[in-house]
Design a protein around this ligand. Structure first.
Ligand SMILES: *[C@@H]1O[C@H](CO)[C@@H](O)[C@H](O)[C@H]1NC(C)=O
Ligand SMILES: *[C@@H]1O[C@H](CO)[C@@H](O)[C@H](O)[C@H]1NC(C)=O
Length: 527
């Protein structure tokens, strides 16, 4: 009897569990050749393979070194598109250190350019063409994973294979995402991702923020989308009976995974389909190489870790700046570990160690690391916060200013403008970060909040991907605002109607008053 009861309970439990979506066939398209973007993609693909899914990936960089096994198939884009060559040709810039001088609109124009060039480079590949023009499409894939970053024509693959879409945004939230999700982004307190603002803006900043956000929205509508629509038409014209517009495809995204998380984001309107999974690329610390381990272990006064990320190369910085950094480092009792992409530096001070590549996350986890000198990219900032290391930010472009402003406001970073750095400014900033305990206390607090979540980042991403597979899309989470015309969406028809009623009533009232007055006057006259 008791045994049967147990069996019954087990059966009930099994039935009430969600159907597990393992063994799904996922098509991932990560064609944008951004090294930092691949930190998120690699973590996600690894996690999917570990869950027993099959992944076919259109890849800008090979994941061969990850040893993902036979469930992983790669359609490698060859050769790797050289983004900075294209930028150099377009802008005449000599190296990326000049990006701080670039205006926001030029930066947007550059992103549009890089986006369409990299997308077309990938679409042209014979192996990608075979995917687009395949005859067999039913049941081949269960889900399209795509990047939410200037690669929109690939969304048409979801129409080709009749599968739902999950996108990943390595930059986190962006203001123009409201149009895909049927939301309104209030420009009054949500700063544009490329502006050096925070969520508390002065009148002039709000004016500028509204201008930049509107400019981007209109630019997408009238300049960027037509370019991408033309690409989609050109490469999917033969494969699809009706080629959908980019704007229409974006509104069919089931779930968007965002590389951000509180408290590193601006609190803003959102929908259930926008899922924050910031910090997905961070794993428990691994053992350091022996030379680095002993260099840090014996840094009795602490150590400084210095890296400008995977795009900016420290070796390209102007000679005068290089000497300035070395002079300041030599005058400090701390040791400095620097990601520097050359074999050697002349007259390298004894307390400075350079390496072309360094395991950043594992280094930041070392107890002796007291300061992280960073360009303020999102991935590095998250690692610094995760391991509670106060930061000296030197932001250059894109969201780096925003990330660093947030960190300064949070009291755990000092931010410097690259071209204005002087010896005394650098030395004093480093000393503040090392000896003034308020920075460490603040980043410890922020770190505790960043790590406190219902599900760890990778598990959350897997959960939502499997959710979309289980339910074959998520139309129940789609905002009905997407199906309204713009004047209905902004309630202009309702506001117009109410205004008309009020005006009509006022006119009526005036009429009545006039009528009454004239009657009164007639009475007075007739007496
Ligand atoms: C698809 O089918 C058509 C007609 O049967 C054939 O000409 C074409 O080569 C096939 N394409 C592929 C990629 O197999
Ligand atoms: C320590 O840093 C905090 C925050 O920047 C600042 O308000 C305070 O004056 C600093 N203390 C000293 C002794 O410099």
């Amino acid at each position: 009897m008791r045994f049967r009861l147990v069996l019954l309970c087990a059966l009930c439990a099994a039935i009430s569990l969600p159907r597990i979506a393992t063994g799904a066939k996922i098509l991932a398209v990560y064609a944008f050749p951004g090294k930092s973007h691949y930190m998120m993609h690699t973590a996600l693909i690894r996690a999917l393979i570990e869950r027993g899914h099959e992944v076919t990936m259109v890849a800008a960089f090979s994941l061969e070194s990850q040893k993902l096994g036979s469930n992983y198939k790669e359609i490698l884009i060859e050769p790797v598109y050289d983004i900075w060559k294209a930028v150099e040709l377009d802008t005449g810039m000599q190296h990326m250190f000049e990006l701080t001088r670039m205006r926001n609109h030029d930066f947007l124009r550059m992103l549009n350019l890089i986006g369409s060039k990299t997308t077309e480079h990938a679409l042209r590949q014979p192996k990608v063409q075979a995917l687009i023009n395949a005859n067999q499409t039913e049941g081949v894939f269960d889900l399209l994973l795509a990047e939410q970053f200037y690669q929109e024509p690939f969304l048409a693959l979801a129409y080709k294979y009749n599968i739902p879409i999950v996108t990943t945004s390595t930059l986190g939230y962006e203001n123009h995402m409201s149009q895909m999700m049927g939301l309104i982004t209030p420009w009054s307190f949500v700063p544009h991702g490329f502006m050096p603002f925070t969520d508390r803006m002065s009148f002039v900043q709000r004016l500028q923020n509204s201008y930049e956000s509107l400019y981007e929205d209109l630019d997408r509508l009238f300049n960027y989308f037509p370019q991408m629509d033309a690409l989609t038409q050109q490469y999917f014209g033969a494969a699809l009976a009706v080629v959908p517009a980019v704007q229409q495809m974006e509104q069919q995204i089931s779930v968007m995974l965002l590389n951000s998380h509180a408290p590193l984001t601006t609190t803003r309107p959102t929908v259930d389909a926008m899922v924050p999974v910031g910090g997905m690329h961070i794993y428990p610390p691994k053992k350091l190489p022996q030379d680095i381990q002993s260099f840090l272990d014996s840094a009795h006064a602490g150590a400084i870790y210095f890296s400008l990320g995977s795009n900016m190369q420290s070796k390209d910085m102007p000679k005068s700046m290089l000497r300035l950094f070395l002079t300041v480092f030599a005058s400090l009792p701390q040791r400095v570990l620097w990601k520097y992409e050359d074999e050697s530096i002349e007259q390298l001070p004894a307390n400075v160690m350079i390496r072309k590549w360094l395991p950043q996350s594992d280094i930041l986890a070392h107890a002796n690391v007291k300061v992280f000198i960073t360009h303020g990219g999102l991935f590095g900032t998250q690692e610094g916060v995760h391991y509670a290391v106060p930061m000296l930010g030197i932001p250059f472009y894109c969201d780096q200013h925003l990330n660093m402003n947030k960190a300064v406001l949070g009291g755990y970073a000092i931010s410097l403008h690259f071209q204005s750095i002087t010896e005394s400014l650098l030395r004093e900033s480093l000393q503040q970060l090392i000896y003034n305990s308020s920075y460490r206390q603040q980043i410890q607090r922020v770190s505790d909040i960043f790590r406190d979540r219902p599900l760890p980042a990778r598990e959350s991403a897997i959960y939502w991907i499997e959710y979309v597979i289980r339910h074959k899309g998520a139309p129940h989470m789609r905002s009905a605002g997407l199906d309204l015309s713009w004047y209905q969406f902004y309630l202009l028809d309702v506001i117009g109607f109410v205004a008309a009623v009020v005006v009509a009533l006022l006119l009526l009232l005036r009429r009545l008053l006039r009528l009454l007055l004239s009657k009164q006057q007639q009475k007075v006259k007739s007496h």
